[in-house]
Design a binder for this molecule. Structure first.
Ligand code: ASP
Ligand code: MG
Length: 418
């Protein structure tokens, strides 16, 4: 068994869906699970629908949803001939379900409604792609992943119930009836049959869950880039492809903010030593990147730049030491607010913490810390991380930067600058 995952960009147009079909056809009729995301920017559009609904703007929500509907209908019309009517019936069922909900008044949390609305993106895309592949002679079975992926009710960031999910998979006939099975990424359901989502960009994670439960030979994530690069090519034109990476390196890269792969994807693969290939759906002949348990050989510097950083500067009010007690109080707050500091520097009577700019959360941190500290906040900073740096490269990259903070280990340097 192998697992393929196609992201939103790979199904964002009729031409691209045709390209996906070619890739699958070339692969042949071997056992394959295919996870597909919502088309293009559909998830963003559905987020707006959920927001309008929750703000009580029913007609705005309905008209925003109508745009999503029309886009899918147009795509289906272009791609499908013999199965158009049957697919239209399936799509209409999903549309109707959302429209019913949009006519209601919200009585539960926003996150609950978000998941009920947003999950439809992947259901629509997979229905259309599955029908198109069948028409092209690529025989496949469509499955509703919500019958398999069981989660808790932590809407928008649901946690997998592995035991139940594994039993559901064993009892389902997904992949028993056909060699190729098409299903959704990113979504799941609770034991109350409520839809859930696994966090933005969560389809990679779904693919890794399937790979793990099937002890698959490999997982391939098809993207609109050549593979994993050592820097963002939009910022650094000299960025190069990393052809082999270890799971360890990728988990570090994700931790420092590289937007390579959803961070939760790695564990289910690493635990069973299942290699992960990242390949270009635009040019499938290219080798791409292979991520595996093999320790990476000599790697070039890997550059990660995060903008919109905030530095919270905490100074003890009476010149007492910043000891374990105030630090542990602060960490309790991070845990409670679900925020991950990107950099921490401690001194005798002060503490500096660099965070992503989430104004609501920063406000709460500042208020609670002000009981023990004088608090100062600086915004609009950037955090540069270089893994496997050389002094020469570091000097070059920070030459004309106004540096606020720098931290170095043997492997990694982080520079916060204005
Ligand atoms: N469609 C979802 C998103 O855009 C999940 C994914 O693409 O992985 O975040
Ligand atoms: Mg995506």
């Amino acid at each position: 068994m192998k697992v393929f995952k196609f992201g939103g960009a790979s199904v964002s147009s009729v031409e691209r869906i045709q390209k996906v079909a070619e890739i699958i056809k070339d692969y042949g009729k071997k056992d394959l699970i295919i996870i597909i995301s919502a088309m293009g920017k559909t998830t963003n559009a559905l987020e707006k629908v959920a927001e309008a609904f929750y703000a009580g703007k029913t007609s705005e929500a309905l008209s925003l949803f109508d745009v999503v509907k029309q886009n899918h209908l147009t795509t289906a019309k272009y791609l499908l001939v013999t199965s158009y009517n049957a697919t239209l019936n399936l799509l209409t069922d999903f549309f109707t379900e959302v429209e019913w909900l949009l006519h209601d008044k919200p009585v539960r949390t926003f996150d609950y409604y978000y998941d009920q609305v947003v999950c439809v993106g992947e259901l629509l895309s997979t229905c259309i792609v599955s029908a198109f592949l069948n028409e092209k002679g690529i025989e496949n079975e469509w499955g509703d992943v919500r019958d398999i992926i069981r989660t808790d009710n932590n809407f928008r960031e649901a946690n997998i119930h592995w035991q139940q999910t594994s039993e559901n998979l064993a009892n389902s006939d997904i992949s028993k009836r056909s060699n190729i099975c098409i299903t959704q990424g990113f979504i799941g359901s609770t034991d109350q049959n409520e839809s859930t989502t696994l966090g933005r960009e969560g389809s990679d994670y779904t693919a890794a869950i399937f790979a793990n439960l099937y002890a698959a030979e490999s997982l391939t994530i098809w993207k609109d880039v050549e593979g994993v690069m050592n820097a963002d090519p939009k910022e650094y034109p000299e960025a190069t492809l990393l052809s082999d990476l270890s799971f360890n390196e990728v988990i570090e890269m994700a931790f420092y903010g590289a937007q390579v792969i959803h961070p939760k994807t790695i564990k289910p693969l690493q635990n069973l030593k299942i290699p992960l290939h990242v390949k270009s759906f635009i040019n499938p002949a290219l080798k791409g990147t292979t991520i595996s348990n093999k320790p990476g050989h000599h790697l070039p510097p890997i550059i990660i730049n995060k903008s919109k950083q905030v530095l919270v500067h905490l100074q003890s009010q009476d010149f007492s030491f910043v000891g374990e007690q105030p630090i542990s109080e602060l960490y309790k707050q991070f845990c409670y607010l679900n925020i991950k500091p990107n950099l921490i520097q401690t001194g005798a009577v002060s503490l500096q913490v660099c965070l992503d700019n989430r104004p609501d959360k920063i406000e709460q941190i500042a208020v609670s810390a002000s009981e023990i500290f004088d608090v100062q906040i600086e915004k609009e900073l950037s955090l540069l991380t270089i893994r496997h740096y050389t002094e020469e490269l570091l000097q070059k990259m920070v030459a004309d930067r106004d540096i606020v903070l720098m931290q170095k280990t043997k492997e990694t340097v982080q520079v916060l600058y204005r």
